[in-house]
Ligand binder design. Structure first.
Ligand SMILES: Cc1cc2nc3c(=O)[nH]c(=O)nc-3n(C[C@H](O)[C@H](O)[C@H](O)COP(=O)(O)OP(=O)(O)OC[C@H]3O[C@@H](n4cnc5c(N)ncnc54)[C@H](O)[C@@H]3O)c2cc1C
Ligand SMILES: NC(=O)c1ccc[n+]([C@@H]2O[C@H](COP(=O)([O-])OP(=O)(O)OC[C@H]3O[C@@H](n4cnc5c(N)ncnc54)[C@H](O)[C@@H]3O)[C@@H](O)[C@H]2O)c1
Length: 487
């Protein structure tokens, strides 16, 4: 018979969302939480996504900026990145896939880490498959599902058999293939094309089903990324589908190593067909929520789909309000910071319910992950945004006004010679507030949070006049935007 243990809260999935839900649920209360993790505590973000990808992107960005700076340019011009040093720094950020630091943090937060695959087997009950034998966990208060998502491989003839790279390989690459095909035009495709080119890929072809890159961003933002990727040497094929793939000697050589011989890929548009030969294929065609083997049927839910939640992050359709879902698995906003935000809200809700407190106040309701989500895409140029695009604002029935200006202030000119960037605010004319913002350019990442504060705080524009940007910083673009609005 399986060993049985009882906790106040059981969280399945130790990524950023699950970690936060567990920590907030038991913070300061002397209550107990189990965090069930089948791979590494820290999840996809720490080892196969955000951290390694950004560690691979920054050196290319620094080199590009150095090349644009008199006095520095001569030191670096014509010199490539030191690939082995870049990969070593990436490995330092992923701690060589050793999660002991994160396990120590969990312990210090009063959370017990249980290694194994968890699945629901009934009301408030989780079964864990683990090397030492099955374990049954009972939650007195709540179970939180935080099982994330995994890359999908589209059903193209020969693609799965060719063992293409997914985001796990391209973020953990150990060798740089000469010729690469990237499938997809979303965030993973654009960011990975950027670092692959910086690391020295000789031929890079992006195969994009739609007509643009970063289709969820403002159209002009995606166009700037297309322009620059082409300048850097990418070949970008829009409205193109993969027909079939044939690969010589595919082999499971390990994560981040080239998975076999050259692959011959047939491509087609509505009017044309061609064949390309590449050394590796990177599939960046989206993700599916981690609900496949989670025992959802045992509580009357359906597997395979994102879990529908209310704004307390409780899963819809489960009586008793004991089951929650946070992070990628609920499909609300597949970003680390939004998963962590949901984890905080969910943890606070569980703690308040346990203490019999009313869920009064915004602290207990997730709202920012619907129309106020910020994101920075670390391409060259970076694309940073928050809230609604102009098109989304119109679709939401707002009285939309939009202002845009080049980022051409003293701060950007000082940042580097020939600085090129643009900023746009989407305004709701009825309330005179900002509902969306997009910044595109080198190093705009840190401009986004000011916009997030304006959007979430619903700060009227006439008040924003008094938020004076420091001179000479790039934030002065805010002043230019307000002036452009005033006319
Ligand atoms: C290449 C790439 C780059 C990205 N870059 C960024 C970025 O820069 N910024 C950003 O905000 N977002 C980024 N993202 C998105 C970000 O990685 C995810 O939104 C984030 O990891 C989701 O966190 P999570 O906790 O929901 O899930 P995950 O991080 O996926 O963690 C889920 C955990 O649950 C575990 N698990 C799953 N099922 C079970 C089970 N049955 N039993 C036990 N354990 C289980 C998994 O092993 C995993 O550790 C990126 C994604 C990719 C692919
Ligand atoms: N910097 C960041 O914030 C960052 C970085 C990477 C990933 N992420 C997040 O991770 C998530 C996953 O990113 P992603 O790029 O994998 O997904 P995505 O949904 O952003 O893009 C998927 C791309 O694949 C294409 N596609 C889908 N199915 C296809 C098919 N059958 N054939 C060909 N193309 C197909 C889509 O048209 C799209 O271009 C996103 O939510 C993203 O925001 C964030």
């Amino acid at each position: 018979m399986a060993e049985r243990r009882v906790f106040d809260v059981v969280v399945i999935g130790g990524g950023p969302a699950g970690e936060n839900a567990a920590a907030y649920a038991v913070a300061g209360g002397g209550r107990t939480a189990a965090l069930v993790e089948r791979e590494l505590v820290g999840g996809e973000c720490s080892y196969w996504a955000c951290m390694p990808s950004k560690a691979l992107l920054w050196p290319g960005e620094v080199l590009a900026q150095a090349r644009a700076m008199p006095g520095v340019r001569g030191l670096v011009d014509g010199r490539p990145l030191d690939v082995s040093a870049v990969l070593a720094r990436r490995d330092a950020f992923t701690n060589g896939h050793d999660d002991s630091g994160q396990v120590d943090w969990a312990r210090s937060a009063g959370i017990e880490v249980i290694r194994g695959h968890g699945r629901l087997v009934g009301d408030r009950t989780v079964e864990v498959d683990r090397p030492g034998g099955a374990l049954e966990l009972h939650a007195r208060e709540a179970v939180v599902l935080a099982t994330g998502s995994a890359a999908t491989v589209p059903p193209v003839a020969g693609l799965a058999e060719a063992l293409p790279w997914t985001s796990r390989d391209v973020t953990n690459l150990h060798e740089v293939p000469e010729r690469v095909l990237v499938l997809g035009g979303g965030v993973v495709a654009c960011e990975s094309a950027t670092w692959l080119l910086a690391l020295g890929v000789r031929e890079l072809t992006m195969v994009v089903r739609g007509a643009s890159l970063l289709a969820r961003s403002e159209p002009w933002a995606g166009e700037r990324v297309v322009e620059r990727l082409r300048e850097l040497g990418a070949r970008i094929l829009f409205e193109t589908e993969l027909g079939s793939v044939r690969r010589e000697a595919p082999g499971a050589s390990g994560e981040g190593w080239v998975h076999g011989g050259p692959a011959t890929v047939s491509l087609g548009t509505a009017t044309d067909a061609e064949t390309v030969t590449v050394d590796e294929i990177v599939v960046a065609a989206g993700r599916r929520p981690g609900t496949a083997d989670l025992g959802l049927e045992s509580v009357g839910l359906t597997r395979g789909r994102a879990l529908d939640t209310d704004d307390h992050l409780a899963v819809a359709g489960v009586a008793g309000g004991w089951l929650y879902a946070v992070g990628d698995v609920n499909g609300r906003a597949a970003l680390t910071h939004m998963g962590k935000y949901q984890g905080r809200v969910c943890g606070d809700v569980i703690a308040a319910r346990a203490a019999g407190r009313a869920l009064d106040g915004p602290r207990y309701t997730a709202s920012a992950d619907r129309t106020q989500t910020p994101q920075v895409v670390f391409t060259d140029p970076q694309v940073g945004s928050v809230g609604l695009t102009e098109q989304q604002a119109r679709a939401n029935g707002l009285a939309v006004e939009s202002v845009s200006v080049d980022i051409a202030v003293a701060g950007s000119a000082l940042h580097n010679d020939g600085y090129r960037g643009r900023a746009q605010l989407v305004l709701d004319g009825a309330t005179d507030t900002v509902v969306g913002a997009t910044f595109v350019g080198p190093d705009i990442a840190e401009l986004v949070h000011a916009a997030t504060v304006a959007v979430v705080g619903r700060v009227p524009l006439e008040r924003l006049w008094h938020a004076v940007p420091s001179y000479p910083t790039m934030s002065e673009v805010w002043l230019r935007l307000l002036e452009a609005r005033r006319g």
